[in-house]
Design a protein around this ligand. Structure first.
Ligand SMILES: Cc1ncc(COP(=O)(O)O)c(C=O)c1O
Length: 392
């Protein structure tokens, strides 16, 4: 068989490789504690599941869904944006439900990127921004996210010849993997920059509802003129523990939404309708679950940050997201340290370089681990430190 060059250019998806190594260890009878993937461990709230089961019984929901999503879902999303962010959206032109936000994040490249085009992609970042670009034949230009600039891209350092070929600008706050957040001033600057350089902005915001200490993330669409230059990707995955149901949305600029709808209508046949009804329930039903989940993550965040700092891994408590971004001990690369933790104490974290070369020197620790595992994992980490000290 002759596979495409495009396929050959793909690295194995980070979590597939980590999953393979965990499976190997488990097959040897070893217990592995994973702080790897950001997949909420708390179940989907019962009222959402009930609505899903009810909708699954209705034969009307057994047939092909519309790829543009149920009109009632689009309306619900528009109303949620108004209530949560004060942003007005036209439910028919500016809202598009997705089969999980990953799907839209990957497919938007097909709307903008031709071979030779450039997408501006943060580094480190959720890998799908660059993978989507490469699958469409384009090239990512990486914008380093560094601690000195609060993990925001320094747009002024992007060379003019890159900007000439760039069509898309990716940003993501609250950020995966760094846990950084952005304020409205940053988003206002992004809008101006996009206008100056004729860029379409894609802001990926699946963690906007996962926030701590009373902090409330803002939407990119709250920035002045944002809807003229960009869209925001959103997801029910992390807000309502619905990663398994696969539902998200893109909202904002009508031309971009229409382009994405055109690509999608040729590729997928929509989101199972029972899941769309569950999403309506999630967005309109009781919202206490969000605060309850955040309280759990906040407690875990504090335990993780304290432990990491106590063993010499510098980490700051993030204001939002499901991740702690910590510095590896001196003398290790991210991958060496990650491997060491897995081999010696059976603890999985992800290497910063899995998200891009600027992630070197860091690991990402996910907070989506049940408390019992968390406590065990943290005590193993404490043990690792004392072993290593002797070796130093
Ligand atoms: C930044 C970012 N975008 C998108 C996604 C995908 O979310 P969804 O489950 O909606 O596809 C993730 C998942 O981890 C993510 O971290």
């Amino acid at each position: 068989m002759k596979m495409s060059k495009r396929l050959e250019s793909l690295q194995p998806y980070l979590f597939v490789e980590i999953g393979r190594r965990i499976a190997e260890k488990k097959a040897r009878g070893e217990e592995v504690i994973s702080f790897g993937i950001g997949d909420p461990d708390i179940p989907t709230p019962p009222h959402i599941i009930e609505r899903l089961c009810q909708a699954a019984q209705d034969p009307a929901n057994h047939r092909y869904p519309e790829s543009a999503g149920l009109p009632e879902l689009r309306k619900t999303i528009a109303e949620w944006y108004k209530k949560r962010f004060g942003v007005s959206l036209d439910a028919d032109k500016e809202v598009l439900p997705l089969v999980g936000s990953k799907e839209g994040v990957a497919h938007i490249a097909w709307c903008f990127i031709d071979p030779g085009d450039i997408a501006l992609v943060p580094d480190p970042a959720y890998p799908v921004f660059s993978v989507g670009t490469m699958l469409a034949g384009g090239t990512p230009y990486y914008m380093p996210l560094v601690a000195d600039n609060d993990f925001l891209p320094n747009l002024d350092t992007i060379p003019a010849h890159i900007l000439e070929k760039a069509k898309l600008l990716w940003i993501n706050y609250p950020n995966n993997p760094t846990g950084a957040v952005a304020d409205i001033d940053f988003f206002n600057r992004v809008v101006k920059f996009a206008q100056q350089h004729d860029l379409a902005v894609c802001h990926d915001a699946p963690y906007s509802e996962v926030a701590f200490d009373g902090y409330q993330p803002v939407s990119f669409l709250q920035a002045e003129g944002a809807k003229e230059v960009g869209i925001e990707f959103h997801s029910l995955s992390k807000s309502y523990n619905m990663t398994g149901w696969r539902i998200g949305m893109a909202v904002g600029n009508a031309e971009m939404i229409d382009a994405l709808r055109r690509v999608k209508s040729n590729l997928d046949s929509g989101i199972p309708q029972a899941i769309q009804y569950a999403a309506i329930e999630a967005l309109t039903g009781p919202q206490d679950c969000i605060q309850e989940h955040n309280a759990v993550y906040q407690r875990r965040r504090d335990l993780v940050v304290d432990m990491l700092n106590s063993i010499g891994l510098e980490a700051k408590p993030p204001k939002a997201s499901l991740y702690v971004w910590a510095k590896v001990p001196q003398g290790y690369t991210s991958v060496e340290f990650t491997n060491d933790l897995l081999e010696k104490i059976g603890v999985v974290v992800t290497p910063g370089t899995g998200y891009g070369s600027s992630g070197e020197g860091y690991i990402r620790v996910s907070l989506t681990i049940p408390d019992a595992g968390l406590v065990k994992g943290l005590s193993r980490l404490a043990g690792w430190r004392s072993t290593k000290r002797i070796a130093w």
